[in-house]
Design a protein around this ligand. Structure first.
Ligand code: GDP
Ligand code: CA
Length: 304
């Protein structure tokens, strides 16, 4: 089965890795959010894209889910010592990615091309695409005013109360080369368990109408996120955070929805939305969990 997977960072990368363990390279394209990207220290940082690439390459830090394994922090410590900004932690190995990417972008290369070259260098067989080559910037509207995404997410640790989102540049951004083709040739589009508001919505805005069966895996388990602010965002926007809220979020495009055993009680309500359900263990603690959930989601998608 050919799959186009839509992913943010940590949650998205885990399921994408599960899918990559099961599908041959030609059958999986991962389309990744770039709304979190930003310029920092004169470099160009793509947190979600790098998380997905490092994870599929086996280079990711297993503890954090982001950044590189066996990382050292000499550069950022010295930057801090010199009075530079150190709130965004960049390890030495990770920095090499951003330095080389910034160099290539300055030369006029496209982000999708650079990502393809990096994936080749990291021996990633499956295709990973940024959602767009044009910059899209997620802005978080909060009770303390507008915040650029990383200011909100990392510097302010998601503390300000969210009142809404804006994706600067989204109306001018075209899907990156290969994105439309990957969706057109897919048997199913799989929305990974990523933050619906700030990881998946920007991708959906870029790709437009999807004329394929779409299956999503809930990033919310028993009313809580495994990591990150998705549940807090629902609550602050006046929606009780739950797997049902996620199903509702995507209701106009979903054929199938995968929710956790802990959320069995929502099955009838999701079915009432005309969405088929699969209830299973959706927590991915290790590499085997990723493959097991991916297997279940693929079988489910195939059955629809
Ligand atoms: P970010 O860009 O790094 O914030 O990551 P994503 O947007 O891809 O993923 C964040 C979401 O992943 C959060 O809402 C988490 O609850 C969810 N998530 C993380 N790990 C898991 C997991 O093992 N299972 C499920 N179902 N969701 C997860
Ligand atoms: Ca992200």
């Amino acid at each position: 089965m050919k799959i186009a997977a839509l992913a943010g960072g940590v949650g998205g990368a885990k399921l994408a890795h599960g899918l990559a363990q099961l599908l041959p390279p030609e059958d999986l394209t991962v389309i990744v959010n770039t709304g979190d990207d930003f310029e920092h220290l004169g470099l160009y940082i793509c947190p979600d894209l790098d998380t997905v690439c490092y994870t599929l390459a086996g280079l990711a830090n297993p503890e954090t889910g982001w950044g590189r394994a066996d990382e050292t922090w000499n550069a950022i410590s010295n930057i801090e010592r010199l009075g530079g900004p150190a709130w965004f932690r960049l390890g030495d190995n990770d920095l090499a990615t951003h330095i080389e990417r910034a160099r290539r972008l300055k030369e006029g290369q496209m982000l999708s091309q650079i990502t393809r070259d990096f994936c080749k260098a990291w021996n990633i067989g499956h295709t990973i695409l940024p959602m767009s080559d044009s910059p899209v910037r997620t802005i978080v509207n909060t009770d303390e005013g507008e915040l650029a995404f990383q200011e909100y997410f990392v510097r302010r640790r998601c503390e300000p109360r969210v009142t809404g989102f804006r994706f600067d540049g989204v109306e001018f951004a075209e899907p990156a080369p290969g994105v439309k083709e990957a969706i057109q040739s897919a048997d199913a589009v799989m929305i990974c368990p990523s933050n619906p508001w700030v990881s998946v919505d920007p991708i959906l805005k870029i790709v437009g109408a999807i004329e394929k069966k779409v299956v999503a895996v809930s990033p919310i388990i028993a009313g809580r996120t495994v990591k990150g602010p998705a549940a807090k965002m629902y609550a602050e926007l006046g929606v009780e955070p739950s797997a049902l809220a996620v199903a509702n979020h995507y209701r106009s495009i979903l054929r199938g929805f995968v929710l956790d055993n802990a959320d069995l009680k929502y099955e009838p309500q999701v079915k009432e939305l005309n969405i088929m359900t699969l209830t299973t263990d959706t927590l991915m603690n290790d590499v085997e969990d990723r493959a097991r959930l991916a297997r279940a989601a693929l079988d489910f998608a195939g059955s629809l």
